[in-house]
Design a binder for this molecule. Sequence first.
Ligand code: SAM
Length: 236
Amino acid sequence: MRALMKMLRRRPDGEKAKENDPLAPPSSCLWERVSHFAGEIQKSDFMAEMSRAFDGPDGHGLMGTLDCATLYGLTRWRRPTVIVESGGYLGMSSAFILKALADEGLPKARLYSFEWNRDCDHGALIPSELRSQFVPLSGKIEDFEKRDELPAKIDMFLHDSSHRYRHMLWEFRQFWGRLGNGGLLVSHDVHFNAAFAEFVAKTHARDKKGILDVERTTHHEWGRWGYIGFVVKKTT
Ligand SMILES: C[S@@+](CC[C@H](N)C(=O)[O-])C[C@H]1O[C@@H](n2cnc3c(N)ncnc32)[C@H](O)[C@@H]1O
């Protein structure tokens, strides 16, 4: 357990996370770049290969193709080093994050994937050539938090565990606090309840007349695409 803690506390790139990272990607061209990358992967052999899993017995629990393409595009746009995902399951979403890291040439990046169900073959769908950057962790993500065993600073978070309202909000708040400037929070299945909409609404600041106060607003950009929602953090 000590070795795990050491690994989680140290950033894989050997650097401390910078609070106001000047290299955080500009969000101005986010939509264009994400849709470009998403289009690219949709037409790829990788997508065709991964899509075969949807016909299998566990296909219904996997992230769908459009959402996987969006996730891939967002990951390529952000170029994260430390990524946390909740609800790793068989690894469909993990595979697309890892593919994006490979396509961006980010060998030091790590994906910490939390999966509660010990009976599921966590990450089984991930192609072997993408596995070296995958760190599977078994147990409820909230138990890791209670034991103070989550990475303190992260660049990207994906929620895809329990879609109960309270749990989603808990994860959003928990991992938003760990993201630095330009950090990316992604959620799957944002249409299940109001948690994502309420969370994003809280990142907006308004003046007394109800007009958006851009200076005090704590996101650079946010959006919804398919069943994916995302917010890019701004530290004020
Ligand atoms: C919809 S599936 C995830 C699909 C996966 N992202 C993919 O694309 O292959 C949800 C998973 O979240 C796991 N889960 C639910 N609550 C959890 C928790 N509190 N901590 C960690 N994993 C959890 C479930 O066991 C289940 O395998």
